[in-house]
Ligand binder design. Structure first.
Ligand SMILES: *Cc1c(COP(=O)(O)O)cnc(C)c1O
Length: 365
């Protein structure tokens, strides 16, 4: 039995009729750009996250970039982020002209190690970006306390953490702002690109709204050199249909993770660790194991797709060669890159499928 990495067929069936109706309305009105469906979804998403404002943009990358710009980040500033993340977290900092300042991760949670923050902060530090990797938030209380004491803003990269909770609070709602991606494979995915900035700060929300739409304050009045980065109306229709299911789908992911834990118990595979004070919604089910290359080869031979998130930490990417980092600078991230493996994970994955993957892993080990 082959097992895909992700299969959203069942999800798409659940929302199809509503999406068809919504699309028909958008097409009838030709309201493709900034139709009322965008504002409707922004309100639904803000309510879901428990924040005052949500501003739709065209990707998670732009959400991060525009939020940084709205927080006033620019040339001469420094932004702190983990090196173990998807490269977009760093790229958006570079777009602003600010300098990326990496910190290492905690080896158990794979999230930013707050113990490294204090010495990474300088008088130029403007923002800290904790990345809520794989579906579990970073240590927000510690990070927020350090940020407050050093007068630095916090921007949550919640692009892998839709709906996940930390001490009862939703991801994205704890920092000065939070950013989400609706890339199709994310926990809440569109049928194309999309993103969102959420914030309780009126000024940040105002700035992101201007910046995503050519810096406009009126049809042809432009206050800032803004961008073209709006959430597409058709994508807002899809996301509105999906958001009502998100908590249920996250629960289903947790159930799949439970199946994996049972079937991989006693194999020596390092399973994802769930911190007691927070939720893990398993956007990615990442394990660490010996012989990763051989395991992947065997899974591929059996028609099972596994991927590596991430094989190279950002500080060692060619794109950041000019920053002058070298191997050994962030040893935990580099070590985890060497043996981490993402197994198939999606809400409607069956226990049979989990057993098939677990069996194939065990055959190698
Ligand atoms: C996906 C992702 C992004 C970028 O989102 P896009 O919508 O693909 O631009 C940023 N940060 C993290 C951690 C991500 O996983």
């Amino acid at each position: 039995m082959s097992v895909p990495f992700i299969d959203f067929t069942e999800q798409n069936k659940m929302i199809r009729a509503g999406v068809d109706r919504g699309f028909a309305q958008v097409i009838a009105k030709a309201s493709f750009i900034m139709g009322p469906e965008v504002r409707k979804f922004e309100e639904e998403f803000a309510a879901y996250c428990g924040v005052k404002h949500a501003v739709g943009v065209n990707s998670g990358t732009d959400a991060l970039y525009l939020a940084l710009a709205a927080l006033g980040v620019g040339e001469g500033d420094e932004v702190i982020l983990p090196t173990y993340t998807f490269i977009a977290t760093a790229l958006c900092v570079s777009y602003t002209g600010a300098k990326v300042k990496f910190v290492d991760i905690d080896e158990v949670s794979y999230n930013m190690d707050p113990a490294q923050l204090d010495k990474a902060i300088t008088p130029r530090t403007k923002v800290i970006i904790p990345v809520h990797l794989y579906g579990q938030t970073a240590d927000m209380d510690e990070i927020l306390a350090i940020a407050a004491s050093r007068h630095v803003a916090v921007l949550e990269d919640a692009c892998q953490a839709h709906g996940t909770r930390y001490k009862g609070r939703r991801s994205g709602s704890m920092g000065n702002a939070g950013c989400f991606s609706f890339y199709p494979t994310k926990g809440l995915g569109a049928w194309g690109d999309g993103g969102m900035v959420v914030t309780g700060d009126d000024k940040v929300a105002y700035m992101v709204r201007m910046l995503r739409d050519y810096g406009r304050t009126d049809r042809y009045a432009h206050k800032f050199k803004g961008h073209n980065s709006r959430l597409d109306t058709l994508q807002a229709v899809v996301l509105s249909e999906k958001i009502g299911y998100l908590d249920r789908w996250n629960d289903m992911r947790k159930h799949v993770a439970g199946c994996y834990a049972r079937h991989l118990a006693g194999t020596g595979v390092i399973l994802p660790a769930v911190r007691p004070d927070r939720e893990h919604v398993f956007q990615t089910y990442a394990v660490r194991l010996e012989n990763r290359a051989r395991v992947m080869e065997h899974l591929t031979a059996k028609g099972i797709t596994a991927l590596i998130h991430y094989p190279i930490p950002v500080h060692l990417q060619e794109a950041y060669a000019d920053a002058g980092f070298k191997a050994g600078d962030f040893p935990v991230s580099e070590k985890v890159c060497g043996d981490i493996l993402s197994l198939p994970m999606f809400p409607h994955m069956t226990e049979d499928q989990v057993m098939e993957v677990a069996r194939a892993v065990k055959e190698v080990l």
